[in-house]
Design a protein around this ligand. Structure first.
Ligand SMILES: Cc1cc2nc3c(=O)[nH]c(=O)nc-3n(C[C@H](O)[C@H](O)[C@H](O)COP(=O)(O)OP(=O)(O)OC[C@H]3O[C@@H](n4cnc5c(N)ncnc54)[C@H](O)[C@@H]3O)c2cc1C
Length: 416
């Protein structure tokens, strides 16, 4: 038998985008039904990522500055939007040590081009702060976002022969697990949010002037008739959009990227977090609890497809389930890749290995200067007659676009 229900607003996908949209609508008195394939909200990319709140520095190869602009807008509103959803805990999210940007000797861009981009971001940032006193970066308004560093200052930590320059930045990462726990709690206590777990969305049917969400669960088929639908399905968003008659411009790419959370050796617990730029490199994020997020692109990138949706085989690692032997081998390769330039990282003790899908436009990889992957500005909300599809781009910008999606729903609600 088919399980049938009704909803004013059905939100598909309970990552930061869907959860944020639900909380924002609930704040405005709108009841919503939030649907996810997993048993709890915040179980996929929004949990299994690096947690960096991007200031736009990494997208130095987008000369238009459009990507930097959207990242800055997301970063400078990240805390205040979250505070509406989770209260003052948004002001006290644990942070990593600040990122150093280390310029690889085979970087796609030379040091001076990077410095030029960072200064352009600095000017944009100063302009934003002047225009709006309510903006902040995780509660602070630092004067400078970057300074030129000296390799001599980092030789205590890294092998400087691998690099041609370094920059100190104000950028930090939060811990996505802490954020996820707070958001799950907010969903659980909201009387206006009905969370339906364990339901895989197959499509959205528009026939008869209504929106009907259809899918499968362990107990069979289900449908939800809704006045409005928000699609926040991340790597399955485009496939479901197609069923609703919304066809994406070709050129998208799904990549499967693994990460390791590891316990650091004592001597590295106050070391700098590092982003190695620009190419197929990685990041080390040093957290205050003695753990680190570790990524090394050549070892961690294990899936690449331009199909409308990734294969089902990505599902396991994207919800944190992978065979122990495979997890051990991936952790070994990622730690070894980083240890070659950040000695001591190889002595870390892996605690967790999982993966997430990265959705972006591009055909070639990040070590190609002309790759569209350097431009992440083609993101946001697309709405057609009560159906709203949200590409948040990044964790950094997910609250911003969740707020925008909720505004679209509210707009249609008040004119209905
Ligand atoms: C390894 C990695 C590192 C990253 N690092 C950063 C970073 O440092 N900073 C940054 O800003 N961004 C980062 N990102 C990007 C960031 O994680 C994503 O942009 C963001 O989390 C997307 O949020 P979302 O809510 O749209 O997706 P998700 O959190 O994936 O939520 C989508 C939800 O939809 C559900 N779902 C999907 N398909 C279906 C279906 N058919 N039926 C039912 N439910 C379904 C999923 O279960 C999931 O709960 C990183 C991503 C990865 C993978």
């Amino acid at each position: 038998m088919i399980e049938r229900s009704r909803a004013s607003v059905a939100i598909l996908g309970a990552g930061l985008t869907g959860v944020g949209t639900a909380l924002e609508l609930a704040r405005n008195g709108i009841p919503v039904t939030l649907v996810d394939q997993d048993e709890c909200p915040m179980n996929r990319a929004s949990l299994r990522n690096e947690g960096k709140i991007h200031l736009g520095l990494i997208y130095a190869n987008d000369r238009t500055l459009n990507t930097a602009r959207v990242q800055l807008q997301g970063a400078l509103r990240f805390r205040s939007i979250l505070a509406r959803w989770i209260g003052p805990r948004a002001d006290r999210l644990r942070r990593s040590t600040p990122f150093m940007y280390l310029v690889a000797n085979d970087s796609v861009l030379p040091v001076d081009r990077l410095a030029g981009h960072y200064e352009a971001v600095q000017s944009m940032y100063a302009g934003f702060l002047d225009d709006d006193p309510a903006l902040d970066y995780l509660g602070d308004r630092p004067d400078r976002l970057w300074e030129r560093g000296s390799l001599a200052h980092v030789e205590k930590f890294v092998r400087t022969d691998r690099f041609v320059g370094s920059f100190r930045t104000a950028e930090v990462a939060i811990d996505p697990a802490e954020l996820s726990a707070l958001l799950r709690q907010a969903i659980a206590v909201s009387p206006l949010i009905r969370f339906l777990p364990g339901r895989r969305v197959a499509g959205v049917d528009r026939s008869g002037g209504r929106l009907r969400v259809e899918g499968e669960s362990s107990s069979g088929a289900w449908t939800i008739e809704a006045d409005q639908v928000v699609n926040a399905l991340w790597e399955n968003r485009l496939g479901v959009d197609k069923t609703a008659g919304l066809v994406a411009t070709p050129g998208w790419l799904h990549r499967l990227k693994y990460r390791v959370i590891a316990r650091l050796p004592e001597k590295l617990r106050r070391a700098p977090s590092v982003t190695m730029v620009i190419g197929r490199y990685g990041d080390v994020v040093i957290r205050p609890d003695g753990t680190a997020y570790l990524s090394w692109y050549p070892a961690g990138l294990r899936g690449w497809t331009d199909e409308l949706a990734p294969p089902a085989s990505w599902n396991g690692p994207c919800r944190g389930e992978l065979p122990e032997e495979e997890a051990r081998s991936i952790a070994f390769e990622i730690l070894a890749g980083i240890d070659a330039w950040y000695p001591g990282i190889g002595m870390s003790q892996p605690l967790l290995v999982d993966a997430g899908a990265i959705v972006a436009y591009g055909c070639t990889d990040v070590d190609d200067a002309s790759s569209a992957l350097h431009d992440r500005s083609r993101v946001g909300v697309t709405s057609v007659e009560g159906y709203h599809s949200v590409d948040p781009g990044k964790l950094t910008t997910a609250p911003l676009f969740a707020e925008a999606a909720a505004a679209r729903v509210l707009g249609a609600w008040t004119t209905a």
